[in-house]
Design a protein around this ligand. Structure first.
Ligand SMILES: *Cc1c(COP(=O)(O)O)cnc(C)c1O
Length: 405
């Protein structure tokens, strides 16, 4: 097991003081803090190894290209993709999902077809489908979660018919923390010739990922939630599917030949990386993967489960906080609604105590609707979270309760 207290020293943000008290950061599900070493390494690239990629035949450009492509290989290994060309750099998970909507869905779906999404999806796995629906007129069906926050898999299976072409599902809910059975979904879907897109934003920071084992067709995630920089994410797609997709955006680097009588597209992955990419962020994402791989995802998962239980039990013991989704199969994300005041008021009190939690609908309004609330307070943990963080949250919740009741 790793030494959390030692690891915390890697993250400068964790020693920032507010009102002479250290910040308690419990919003890693929105974006994770960054280890100094990754920032230093990115800074080094900008100062010593920087030029545009895939273009110049000189040292800087070759070096930057090498680092950029090395990062792609690290990502391939991190999610165990079969081929390195299956890894596409995007701006983030939202951009990855939109890419699939504007290419695969645009090119393959008709008004006879339907797709299935789940109630627990982040807005970025709902809205792109609604936008594309306006253009292609396919139907969107919604799979439900139960009161414990588990996906109702039988319900989902019953939604499938011969015109179902795609199922989109988060691997982990960003509100409930529930791990959804995407492997089972994929197996079922493939038996019916349905493609599966998995949103891995909340699973990649907490558990080992194997896209070959999951057998999903697309997998999307963001760099900034796994301790990497903002502005970079990943779309994984199976090679034979990506090869048959026309590009999303046009520009430099995504073509074979350009002429006024027509242009031809580059091979994957370049076909989907038009223009100058987010070079240093992409390289930084590779460094972030080095960082968490060194800790080991199996250990990250084990520690995460322990601290989750500690936190969830403590919130439960306080009474007066309704936890959304108490599946036994979840990662360290706990959303709750105080029974005695509005979540916003609670978050304001927590902020005065230096506690950073997310308040609102967390980009999942349909899911909050299911739990008959418009918003909740969410505490989410990262590799650097420790018992002190949880204890500070609990004591502040206790104080808030006394203040209101
Ligand atoms: C954060 C998140 C997204 C969106 O990721 P961006 O980095 O904002 O593009 C999508 N799905 C889930 C489950 C998320 O947690």
């Amino acid at each position: 097991m790793f030494d959390v207290e030692k690891l915390r020293c890697d993250f400068p943000a964790l020693s920032v003081l507010r009102n002479k008290k250290r910040i308690i950061f419990l919003d890693s599900a929105a974006s994770a803090q960054k280890p100094k070493i990754i920032l230093d390494k990115m800074n080094y690239v900008y100062q010593h190894e920087y030029a545009n990629v895939h273009r110049g035949m000189y040292y800087f450009s070759e070096r930057a290209t090498e680092l950029y492509e090395d990062s792609r290989k690290k990502i391939q290994k991190f999610i165990n993709a079969k081929e390195v060309e299956e890894i596409i750099f995007t701006k983030g998970a939202t951009n990855s999902i939109n890419l699939v909507a504007y290419t695969w869905a645009e090119q393959n779906l008709t008004d006879k077809d339907n797709i299935i999404i789940t109630r627990a999806e982040h807005h970025s796995n709902i809205v792109p489908w609604q936008i594309m629906q306006k253009r292609k007129n396919f139907k969107i069906k919604v799979a439900e979660v139960d009161d414990d926050g588990n996906l109702d898999i039988e319900y989902l299976k019953n939604l499938v018919d011969e015109n179902t072409k795609l199922i989109c599902c988060a691997q982990v809910s960003n509100v409930l923390g529930t791990i959804f059975p995407v492997k089972e979904i994929t197996k079922f879907a493939h038996n019916h010739s349905i493609k599966v897109l998995v949103d891995g934003c909340q699973s990649t920071p907490h558990m080992a990922i194997d896209v070959q084992d999951l057998d999903c067709d697309f997998y999307a995630f963001s760099g900034h939630k796994i301790y990497g920089p903002t502005g970079v994410g990943v779309l994984y797609g199976k090679k034979e599917i990506l090869e048959n997709m026309a590009p999303f955006e046009g520009g430099g680097d995504m073509i074979k030949n350009v002429s006024f009588s027509g242009s031809t597209w580059a091979d994957i992955p370049a076909r989907f990386e038009a223009g100058t990419p987010m070079i240093v962020q992409a390289i930084g994402l590779g460094y972030a993967i080095d960082y968490i791989s060194l800790i080991g995802m199996a250990d990250v998962y084990a520690e995460d489960r322990k601290l989750l239980k500690y936190m969830q039990d403590a919130i439960e013991d306080l009474k007066d906080f309704k936890i959304l989704g108490k599946s036994t199969n979840k990662i360290a994300v706990v959303s709750f609604v105080p029974t005695f005041t509005h979540p916003q008021d609670l978050a304001m009190i927590l902020d005065q105590e230096g506690i950073c939690v997310r308040t609102g609908h967390h980009c999942a309004q349909p899911l909050h609707e299911k739990f008959c609330t418009k918003s909740s307070v969410r505490a989410s943990l990262g590799v650097y979270s420790d018992k002190n963080d949880v204890d500070a949250l609990i004591s502040s919740l206790h104080k808030a309760k006394k203040f209101f009741i």
